[in-house]
Design a protein around this ligand. Structure first.
Ligand code: HPA
Length: 245
C-alpha cells in the first residue's frame, strides 16, 4: 500500500474513495491527524495531511516522527510526499512540478531521528541518495501519464520556517546548489529512510523565492493561494495515475 502525505493545499484527496479513518498513537506522540484509508485508482492508499486537516500545524511543529512511524505501522510500502516550494533557479516558475533528487537540510531543532541512543544501538543510515529511485520513476511516469511535465531532478533546500527567507539567504542557497526551497522536506525524508520506507517527493512551485521576482510587492500570498489551488487539481490527476505505471 502506498502512503501519500499531503502538504499545503492538499489536506484531502477528493479522488480518494475513503474506507475508514484511524486515529493512531505512536511512541513519539500523535501524528498530524487521523490516517485516511481508501483507494485511489483501485489500489489501497493511506493519506495523511501533514499540517493537520484544518491546516493548523506549522512546518517546525509537525511531528514528523509520529507521522512516519504511523505510516510504517499502517504497512505502507512507500511514501509519496506532496509539498509546495519556492523557486530559486530561473528554470522553475510558479505552477512547475519538480521531482527532486537531492536535499540540503538547513532546518534546526527538529526531532530528526528514531535512533536516539539509550536502549537501542547507534545506527547511521546511508543518505547519499535521499529519495528512492524506483518511487521517483513511478512519480515521473504517473506525471507523464497524466499529460503533465515534471522536472526530473533538482536540489531541495529544507528551511526552518515558518517565515519565508531573506533575499540573501536565497542567494546563499543558490550558491550551495539548491533549486527549490521548502519547509517540510526534512526530517521527513530521513525518517522514512531510517524506517526503510521508500520515499519520493512531488514538489509544486508556488512562488519565486525571496528576491527572485521582479514584482515590487515581494511575495504575494494571494498569488500563492491561487497557484496552489490549480496545481493541486493537477497533482490529484497525477496521483490517480500512479497505480497504472
Ligand atoms: N520558501 C520556503 N518554503 C516555501 C516557499 C518559499 O519561498 N514557497 C513554498 N514553500
Amino acid at each position: 500500500m502506498l502512503a501519500i502525505i499531503g502538504g499545503s493545499g492538499l489536506t484531502q484527496l477528493s479522488n480518494l474513495a475513503i474506507v475508514r479513518r484511524e486515529v493512531v498513537r505512536t511512541p513519539y506522540g500523535e501524528p498530524s491527524g487521523a490516517l485516511t484509508y481508501g483507494s485511489l485508482c483501485s489500489e489501497p492508499v493511506v493519506f495523511l495531511a501533514r499540517h493537520g486537516y484544518g491546516h493548523t500545524i506549522p512546518p517546525h511543529r509537525v511531528n514528523y516522527r509520529a507521522n512516519i512511524w504511523a505510516l510504517k505501522q499502517a504497512k505502507a510500502r512507500g511514501i509519496v510526499s506532496v509539498a509546495s516550494v519556492g523557486s530559486i533557479g530561473a528554470d522553475f516558475s510558479p505552477g512547475a512540478l519538480v521531482v527532486p533528487d537531492q536535499i540540503i537540510d538547513y532546518t534546526w531543532g527538529r526531532e530528526s531521528t528514531f535512533f536516539e541512543g539509550g536502549e537501542t544501538p547507534v545506527k547511521h543510515v546511508d543518505f547519499t541518495h535521499p529519495y528512492d529511485a524506483g518511487l521517483r520513476r513511478r512519480l515521473l511516469a504517473a506525471t507523464a501519464a497524466a499529460g503533465e511535465v515534471a522536472v526530473d531532478g533538482g536540489v531541495y533546500a529544507a528551511t526552518q520556517g515558518p517565515r519565508l527567507e531573506t533575499a540573501a539567504e536565497i542567494d546563499r542557497f543558490e550558491r550551495d546548489g539548491a533549486d527549490v526551497v521548502g519547509m517540510t522536506g526534512m526530517p521527513e525524508a530521513v525518517l522514512a529512510r531510517e524506517l526503510e520506507l521508500p520515499y519520493a517527493a512531488l514538489n509544486v512551485v508556488v512562488n519565486y523565492a525571496a528576491g527572485r521576482s521582479d514584482s515590487a510587492q515581494g511575495i504575494v500570498f494571494d498569488d500563492i493561494e491561487a497557484t496552489l489551488q490549480t496545481a493541486m487539481a493537477r497533482v490529484r490527476a497525477i496521483l490517480e495515475k500512479i497505480c497504472h505505471v
